[in-house]
Design a protein around this ligand. Structure first.
Ligand SMILES: C[S@@+](CC[C@H](N)C(=O)[O-])C[C@H]1O[C@@H](n2cnc3c(N)ncnc32)[C@H](O)[C@@H]1O
Length: 252
């Protein structure tokens, strides 16, 4: 398990109040640090992003519009746009700093994407998002909202998908016992021998991001139930590796 993904292991050096999620993602230094370290994280994540792409029910030449919630700099969207040459992306995020970085990263896709400002914690589907969307994806962001809002968001996504449209969520999930958390960490540390040192030596910025990262991570099982309650069928965990999962379903 990566040092970023260990909800059971709070850093004992931290005793301060949790930093506000919005404050972190709109802090230029935090965003610059996140962007500077993203290539390293994408080395392992690009394979997971391909699984999301493979799961989408489109032919390579199909024209469709998808929404990427909490899109950040668009890593998930870029994987979809690369595979489906006629796809259009609508990326939703609440951080002008992340969207600005995203505009640079998405320059080769000019004309195939647009950003929409959206705070995922606020109820409602913004009017400038497609409704219905042909597909909705999210990656590494739904864990930033409280559980009650996750439930509500899953309903809003289902209600704003075209019939037969899919929602896929790539997100860290919580361990349901200390033993499971330990096993995830053990395996993660064997894969990445520098993980323990990284955990022990977080900079103040990284510590704030870490505390923000783990605040609302939830186990998989209730999230699968919330998807079903929201109206999705074909709900499944389509991929999982330690604490990372791709799960979702289809609007009937
Ligand atoms: C870890 S980054 C992931 C970005 C991108 N989805 C990816 O896979 O690389 C989390 C993103 O979620 C966004 N985010 C966090 N909370 C949010 C909220 N309440 N509303 C909208 N976006 C949010 C942040 O601005 C950031 O861009």
């Amino acid at each position: 398990m990566s040092a970023e993904h260990d909800p059971a292991k709070h850093n004992p050096a931290s005793h301060g109040p949790a930093e506000n999620n919005a404050a972190i993602w709109t802090d230029q230094r935090q965003v610059a640090d996140w962007v500077a370290t993203s290539a390293e994280r994408e080395r392992t994540r690009s394979v997971h992003r391909q699984v999301m792409v493979e799961l989408l029910p489109f032919d390579e030449a199909d024209s469709f519009t998808f929404v990427d919630l909490g899109a950040g700099t668009g890593a998930a969207s870029r994987a979809v746009l690369d595979h489906f040459a006629n796809a259009q992306a609508v990326l939703a995020d609440f951080s002008p700093q992340m969207m600005s970085e995203g505009n640079a990263a998405l320059a080769p896709y000019e004309g195939r994407y647009r950003y929409v400002t959206m705070d995922l914690e606020q109820p409602g589907w913004p009017g400038d998002l497609p409704a219905p969307a042909d597909a909705v994806i999210s990656s590494l962001c739904v864990h930033h909202v409280p559980d009650e809002r996750k439930r509500q968001l899953f309903s809003e996504i289902c209600n704003n998908l075209a019939p037969g449209g899919w929602y896929l969520n790539y997100d860290p999930v919580g361990a349901t016992s200390p033993e499971i958390a330990d096993a995830w960490q053990r395996a993660g540390d064997r894969r990445d021998p520098s993980a323990a040192a990284t955990r022990a030596n977080r900079t103040p910025e990284q510590l704030k991001r870490w505390e923000n990262h783990i605040r609302h991570i939830s186990p998989l099982e209730p999230q699968l139930r919330w998807l079903e309650e929201a109206g999705f069928d074909a709900v499944d965990v389509y991929w999982k590796d330690l604490d990372n999962a791709i799960f979702g379903g289809r609007r009937p």
